[in-house]
Design a protein around this ligand. Structure first.
Ligand code: ATP
Length: 365
């Protein structure tokens, strides 16, 4: 497991962060300026921190105490940047071969055919990057990174430059990378849906410090953290596809509770993650009847966390998992919402956006 501990000072900014990145995708999550890219740069070897240690077992990239400072090109890292950064004069095939060229001769290598298949880029091999869409470029960039036989992949906001449709195209490939390839990934994001879908582990950063780290469901369901702020709060549930209905809805089994979503592409029996945005949840003490919303999740209030304004985040535990609701403090008082109170979370089916639903990857709740 990669262990990172770095301290560094810029004028007006102090980074003092320590975290562990277990197998899977570890997302560095925080607002702009919280230090995410600075951490990635220290792992990449592009920034020498004042002090720190970055190591995984006997693989040590940096240890300022014992004077170990591996040069960036000797760190065995695969990079996926925002803009892909493919060589424009090389074909896709040649760009992929360039990645493989960097793989040490004795390193266990992914086969080019396997990577091409994983990323669905077989039909693009003879094109140059100029003739690829943004999403296709990013898939090639992922392939190039994988073929360099990296011990760790660094992905710095790889979807930030893409529109919603392209993001939806690429996210499943990152999910496959997480679920089918054993290389750990350190992934920078400030997008709650991306984090909810991809993260095995979330490292929440604020002003250069780690304010929480742990499994995605745990960190995203904690109303005391909210790395992206209360407006963007949302919990993540793990569920199984129970049935696709003829009227365009998919019924999930979320810990024994039915949860209806607009039709999802995953097959019946498949596991998925669903992000439920806190502002899309209504709370009711009594079980409502005659309501258009299809999803009613009974639960118990775990915590009510008032915000600075008139709002509050209510965390409730349901059989489906932790759910967050953003309501007014006034409503919380009127409803008598205190820890232990029984309450129903109401979620409109259509409020769950396609980008909030992803395949596989348990959240280890
Ligand atoms: N080379 C530098 N010299 C001085 N200050 C820097 C330097 N690089 C980064 N900083 C400062 O360090 C802080 C953290 O920056 P960093 O880029 O790591 O944040 P971030 O979380 O990645 O933000 P964003 O999401 O906007 O990319 C910021 O205040 C930034 O201005």
């Amino acid at each position: 497991m990669l262990e990172v501990s770095v301290r560094h000072r810029f004028e007006g900014f102090a980074l003092d962060a320590a975290f562990k990145a277990p197998p899977g995708v570890t997302v560095l999550f925080g607002r702009s300026g919280s230090g995410k890219t600075t951490i990635i740069n220290t792992v990449a070897g592009l920034l020498m921190p004042d002090s720190g240690r970055i190591a995984s077992g006997d693989w040590c990239l940096l240890d300022t105490e014992s004077g170990i400072r591996l040069k960036p090109h000797r760190r065995r890292l695969g990079y996926i940047f925002q803009e892909g950064r493919l060589f424009p004069h090389l074909t896709v095939r040649q760009n992929l071969a360039y990645g493989a060229w960097f793989a040490p001769k004795d390193a266990p290598r992914a086969s080019t055919a396997g990577v091409v298949d994983l990323l669905g880029i077989g039909h693009l091999l003879d094109r140059r990057p100029g003739a690829l869409s943004g999403g296709e470029k990013q898939r090639v960039a992922i392939g190039r990174a994988l073929l360099s036989a990296p011990r760790l992949i660094l992905a710095d906001e790889p979807l930030a430059a893409l529109d919603e449709a392209r993001k939806a195209e690429i996210l499943p490939y990152f999910e496959r990378l997480r679920d089918e390839v054993s290389v750990p990934i350190l992934y920078v994001s400030h997008s709650p849906s991306e984090v909810a879908r991809l993260a095995t582990t979330v490292v929440a950063l604020d002003a250069g410090r780690v304010v929480a780290q742990g499994p995605a469901a745990e960190v995203l369901g904690n109303p005391g953290i909210l790395p992206a702020g209360a407006r963007e709060a949302g919990a993540v549930l793990t569920a199984r596809v129970a049935r696709h209905h003829a009227d365009g809805l998919t019924e999930l089994d979320a810990g024994g509770l039915p949860l209806f979503l607009p039709k999802v592409p995953q097959p019946e029996g498949g596991r998925l993650r669903v992000r439920i945005a806190a502002h899309d949840v209504i709370l009711s003490r009594a079980r409502p009847e005659g309501l258009s919303a299809l999803n009613i999740l009974p639960g118990v209030v775990h915590e009510v966390r008032p915000g600075e304004g008139p709002g509050a985040i209510v965390a409730l535990d349901t059989c489906a998992g932790r759910v967050l609701a953003r309501i007014t403090r006034r409503s919380a008082n009127v409803l008598g919402l205190v820890p232990g109170a029984e309450v129903h979370a109401i979620v409109k089916t259509v409020s769950v956006a396609p980008l909030d639903v992803g395949g596989g990857g348990r959240t280890k709740r």
